[in-house]
Design a protein around this ligand. Structure first.
Ligand code: NDP
Ligand code: MG
Length: 380
């Protein structure tokens, strides 16, 4: 199976290449794409010999010297080239692992071409969920989730029929500040927030985990991915990150998926689906005693979660505005010009103030994305 790996130099991208390397030739990377990490991309190209390497940023592409690529690998530059290549008939599956709203257009191009997308880029569904799912059903494209919670739900849903589902329960580790009082959160530094207790991930999603905005975005993601109303979505704190999510059926039975926190498993599941195959992900060791804890989330300490429930409930442009405001706010927090607790505050204000549309087109979504970013940049 020929795979296009979008965001190959990132955390999900490199885990994807681990899965591919362990697959004994079942998966073969046909295209590797990143924005500007040219040195890493060239290393990957020599190791995996893809047909194409795509560099998003034209200035960075200038660093690819003549003869730097292995024989048989070609270079393409910029987002238009990437849109065209993901639609190539040679591509069997697309791993969408570019971070942020920047991942939307290539995911869109892949679905428009009827591809099956292993979707890590949750921002695609948060920003344009109704449009993306409509597009996929028109073209025959499909989305298999990579996000561990949604992968778990995808797996657990196989235990019943759609009309037998009572609730989808997303687990959350609670991040590094689970036990901290709200007052002490204002002074959190980027270094503290970047230290996640159970998962090793890129910087943006690590901050989102600390604010619990990640779970907020995942509620919106789940709403569109599984087509369930917001009142059937719940969040449960589970510090060990072993139960990746649960589905409660109408008879009260709860079905969950368990495995150690290792993204290689949901990535591989999204590549091999509908089959399962052996792979490199860590396994639970039942010879060792271990404990699983669960507790309800504290919405006062983590107000971002409320915003997730709100955005999932309202639908329309709410997800897009929440996502864009958050992306910009995280950037400002990492740059030192916003406090940790300001992230959820500024997102709440921008969400409240935005001109809501219930059934937006792609243009509306892109316009509001830009508007929300501008609002956060100007906020002080
Ligand atoms: P990283 O920051 O580690 O990696 C991001 C990747 O995207 C890099 O390869 C980067 O290239 C590339 N990229 C960024 N912008 C562009 C662009 N404009 N054009 C082309 N490539 C671009 O992120 P993660 O791997 O952590 O996350 C990726 C996605 O997966 C996010 O949407 C995240 O929410 C989601 N996700 C991640 C999880 C995880 O465990 N990490 C878990 C669940 C979901 P370069 O190196 O050149 O900048
Ligand atoms: Mg997740």
């Amino acid at each position: 199976m020929r795979v296009a790996v979008l965001g190959s130099t990132g955390s999900i991208g490199t885990s994807t290449l681990d899965v591919i390397a362990a697959s004994a030739g079942r998966f073969e990377p046909w295209l590797l794409a990143a924005r500007r990490s040219v040195a890493t991309l060239l290393d990957q190209a020599h190791r995996f010999r893809p047909a194409w390497v795509v560099v998003g940023d034209p200035r960075a592409a200038a660093d690819v010297g003549a003869g730097a690529l292995p024989a048989g690998t070609r270079l393409a530059v910029g987002p238009e080239a990437l849109d065209e290549l993901v639609a190539d008939p040679a591509v069997d599956r697309v791993v969408s692992a570019i971070v942020g709203a920047a991942g939307l257009r290539s995911t869109w191009a892949a679905l428009e071409a009827g591809k099956t997308v292993a979707l890590a880029n949750k921002e695609t569904l948060v920003t344009a969920g109704p449009l993306v799912t409509r597009l996929a059903s028109r073209t025959g494209g499909a989305i298999v989730p990579v996000d561990s919670e949604h992968s778990a739900i995808h797996q657990a849903l196989a235990a019943g029929a759609p009309d037998e589902v009572a609730r989808l329960v997303l687990t959350a580790s609670g991040g590094p500040f689970r036990g901290r009082p709200r007052e002490s959160l204002a002074t959190v530094t980027p270094e503290e927030a970047l230290r996640h207790p159970t998962w090793s991930m890129g910087p943006k999603i690590t901050i989102d985990s600390a604010t619990m905005m990640n779970k907020a975005l995942e509620l919106v993601e789940a709403r569109w991915l599984f087509g369930v109303p917001a009142d059937k979505l719940a969040v449960l704190i589970h510090p060990q990150s072993i139960v990746h999510s649960l589905v409660e059926f109408i008879d009260g039975s709860v079905v969950a998926q368990l495995s150690p926190p290792d993204m290689r498993l949901p990535i591989q599941y999204a590549l091999s689906y509908p089959r399962r195959i052996p792979g490199p992900a860590r396994r639970l060791d039942f010879a060792q005693a271990f404990t699983l804890e669960f507790e309800p989330p504290d919405l006062d300490r983590f107000p971002a979660l409320r915003l997730g429930h709100e955005a999932a409930g309202r639908g329309g442009t709410a997800g897009c505005v929440l996502n864009a405001a958050n992306e910009e706010a995280v950037g400002r927090f990492l740059g030192g010009s916003l406090r940790f607790t300001d992230i959820a505050d500024v997102c709440a204000r921008v969400l409240d103030a935005h001109p809501f549309q219930a059934d937006p087109g792609l243009d509306d979504v892109l316009r509001l994305d830009a508007w929300a970013r501008e609002e956060v940049r100007a906020w002080n």
